[in-house]
Design a protein around this ligand. Structure first.
Ligand code: XMP
Length: 515
C-alpha cells in the first residue's frame, strides 16, 4: 500500500500512543504507516511521502540507550512534527538543550498559544487544554526555532522552524484529552504537509483487489473462515478479486456458539455465494480434549488440531497455491522496544506455525488496516451489520469458557446458557453497548431447590465487559431487572443449571475470559 499513496510516516520511539497517531492521520483520509525509529533511510524515503511524525517515548534523550534516528531524515524535504520525546530529540539533534525539569508535567495541562499565525494552530483557541507526559523539558531551542506556545511547567510547549518545515509539540495531540488535538493534526497533515485526503475505504477496495489479482495470477487460494470480523471481511474481499478461485475452509471445532456453524455456512454460501468447505470436526476435537482441564493445554491441543484439520481440507481442495490470512496492521507493527530500538514483530496468537509442507505463499489483504477500518471495509463490501458488529470470540472457543473437563454435554449446557444471555442482551438493546458478553460454565456444583426437590446442579457465571481495546476493561453495569430475567430464564430452561452469578471484576486485575 505504501507505493504511490500520499502518506505520512510515523517513527516510533516507544510511546504507548504511537498507534493512535497513525489512526488519527487515517481518520483524516491520509494513509499512514509506523516504522521503528531506527529504520534505514531507504525505508523512510518513498514516493508519495508527505510528512513525518516523530512519536513520543518513555525515555530521556540523554539516556545511554536513548532511541534515535538517522539525522538525514530531517533533510528529506518533507515537514517533520516531533511529539514529546520526538520534539526533544529534534532539539538535541539540531543543537538545542534539554534538562530534567523540577516539576514534571503529567496529565491535563493548559497551554497558551503565543503565535496564532503558526500553521500548527491556525483557527484554534488561544488557550488549549492538552494531555502532557514528560519529565524533561527544553531549556534552549535549537537555532532557527521559535516558541509558539507555553505552559506553566513547560516554557516551550510548542516550537517551530517554519522556514525548514520543522514543528514540535511538548504534549500529545493524538490523545482525546487534548481537546483540539485533531485540529492540530489536521493543520499538520492537510495544511503543512499539503495532503489532499483522498485515501478512503472505497479506494482501498479497488487497490486491494488489483493487488490480490496481481499477486495470485491464475492461482488458487484457500482461507480459513471463522465467522469473525477479520476472516469474514477478508473472504468477501478475496471473493470479489478471485471469484471461484477462492475456497474458504470453515473448521467447526464443536466449540462454537449455539447455531453458529449453521449461520456462518448459510450466510456465506447462500447469501454471498462463496465456496465454503465445512470441516465438521467437533468429535475429533472433543476426543483430543478428553480429560484435559488445564487451560494452556486446551489451547495447545485446539491449535494443533486446527492445523491438522485445515491441512487435510486444503489438501482435499487440491492444487492450492496461496494461503490467505486475516492478519491486520496491529498484528505486525514493528515497534521500538523500551530497552532500545531492537525490533520486535508481534505475531498473532492464533496464527501458529503451519507444517513445512504447507508453506504456501501468503496473501494478506488486510495487513495495512486497523480493526475499525476492517469493520468499515466490511460495511463497504456489504457484510451484514450483524457480522460487522459481533463481539469477538476466542479462537479456542467455548473450551476456555468451560472450566474443568470438556464433554459434549457440558458444551451443550454452555451453549444453551450463552444463547439465552445473548438473546436477552439483543432484545434489551444492550448488545451493542457491551464489548463482549458470554457465559462461563464452572466446575462446581451447588445445592438448590426446585419445586419440592433439592437439586445439585451446575453454576454458571455471566460476564459482560465494556472496553475500547480489550487491554483493560470494566464490567458492564447491566440493569438488575435484566440480570434477574437472564438468571430465571437460564435456571428454568437449562435443566442442569441451578445457580447464576454475575462477574463484577474489572481488567486488571481480572482478565476478560476466565481461563
Ligand atoms: P483476556 O481474557 O486476556 O482477553 O482479558 C482479551 C481478549 O482476547 C480474547 N482471548 C483470546 N482470543 N485466542 C483468541 O483468539 C485465545 O486463546 C484467547 N484468549 C483470550 C478474549 O476473548 C478477549 O476478547
Amino acid at each position: 500500500m505504501s507505493g504511490e499513496h500520499e502518506s505520512i510516516l510515523i517513527l516510533d520511539f516507544g510511546s504507548q500512543y504511537t498507534q493512535l497517531i497513525a489512526r488519527r492521520v487515517r481518520e483524516l483520509n491520509v494513509f499512514s504507516e509506523i516504522l521503528p525509529c531506527d529504520a534505514a533511510l531507504e525505508r523512510v524515503r518513498r514516493p508519495g511521502l508527505k510528512g513525518i511524525v516523530l512519536s513520543g517515548g518513555p525515555q530521556s534523550v540523554y539516556d545511554e540507550n536513548a532511541p534515535s534516528m538517522d539525522p538525514e531524515i530531517y533533510n528529506l524535504g518533507v515537514p517533520v512534527l516531533g511529539i514529546c520525546y520526538g520534539l526533544q530529540l529534534m532539539m538535541r539533534d539540531l543543537g538545542g538543550e534539554i534538562v530534567a525539569a523540577d516539576s514534571a508535567e503529567y496529565g491535563p495541562a493548559s497551554v497558551e498559544i503565543e503565535d496564532p499565525h503558526s500553521p500548527m494552530f491556525i483557527g484554534l483557541d488561544a488557550r488549549q487544554f492538552v494531555w502532557a507526559s514528560h519529565g524533561d523539558h527544553i531549556s534552549k531551542p535549537a537555532p532557527g526555532f521559535v516558541r509558539t506556545a507555553s505552559s506553566r511547567n513547560a516554557p516551550f510547549s510548542a516550537l517551530e522552524d517554519r522556514a525548514n518545515q520543522r514543528f514540535g509539540l511538548q504534549f500529545h495531540p493524538e490523545v482525546h484529552h487534548t481537546r483540539q488535538g485533531r485540529e492540530m493534526l489536521r493543520n499538520f497533515v492537510h495544511g503543512i504537509c499539503g495532503c489532499s485526503g483522498d485515501w478512503s475505504m472505497r479506494a482501498f477496495i479497488d487497490e486491494a483487489i488489483e493487488q490480490v489479482r496481481e499477486q495470485v495470477g491464475d492461482g488458487k487460494v484457500v482461507c480459513g473462515l471463522s465467522g469473525g470480523v477479520d476472516s469474514s471481511v477478508m473472504a468477501l474481499l478475496l471473493h470479489r478479486a478471485l471469484g471461484d478461485r477462492l475456497t474458504c475452509i470453515f473448521v467447526d471445532n464443536g466449540l462454537l456458539r449455539k447455531g453458529e456453524a449453521e449461520q456462518v455456512l448459510g450466510d456465506f454460501r447462500e447469501r454471498y455465494h462463496l465456496e465454503v468447505r465445512h470441516a465438521a470436526a467437533g468429535e475429533r476435537f472433543l476426543d483430543k480434549l478428553a480429560g484435559v482441564t488445564e487451560p494452556e493445554r486446551k489451547r495447545k491441543i485446539i491449535g494443533a488440531t486446527f492445523i491438522e484439520v485445515f491441512d487435510e481440507e486444503a489438501e482435499a481442495v487440491g492444487g492450492v497455491d496461496f494461503l490467505a490470512q486475516g492478519t491486520i496492521y496491529p498484528d505486525r507493527i514493528e515497534s521500538a522496544a523500551i530497552k532500545g530500538p531492537a525490533t520486535t514483530i508481534k505475531t498473532h496468537h492464533n496464527v501458529g506455525g503451519l507444517p513445512d509442507h504447507m508453506k504456501l505463499d501468503l496473501v494478506e489483504p488486510l495487513k495495512d488496516l486497523f480493526k475499525d477500518e476492517v469493520r468499515k471495509l466490511g460495511h463497504e463490501l456489504g457484510l451484514d451489520p450483524a457480522f460487522v458488529g459481533r463481539h469477538p470470540f476466542p479462537g479456542p472457543g467455548l473450551a476456555v469458557r468451560i472450566l474443568g473437563e470438556i464433554t459434549s454435554e457440558r458444551v451443550r449446557i454452555a451453549q444453551d446458557c450463552d444463547a439465552i444471555f445473548i438473546e436477552e442482551l439483543r432484545e434489551a438493546g444492550l448488545y451493542d453497548s457491551t464489548s463482549q458478553a458470554f457465559v462461563v460454565l464452572l466446575p462446581v456444583r451447588t445445592v438448590g431447590v426446585m419445586g419440592d426437590f433439592r437439586t445439585y446442579g451446575n453454576v454458571v457465571a455471566i460476564r459482560a465487559v465494556e472496553t475500547q481495546d480489550f487491554m483493560t476493561a470494566d464490567w458492564a453495569r447491566l440493569p438488575v431487572d435484566f440480570l434477574s430475567r437472564v438468571s430465571s430464564r437460564i435456571v428454568n430452561e437449562v435443566r442442569e443449571v441451578n445457580r447464576v452469578v454475575y462477574d463484577i471484576t474489572s481488567k486488571p486485575p481480572g482478565t476478560i475470559e476466565w481461563e
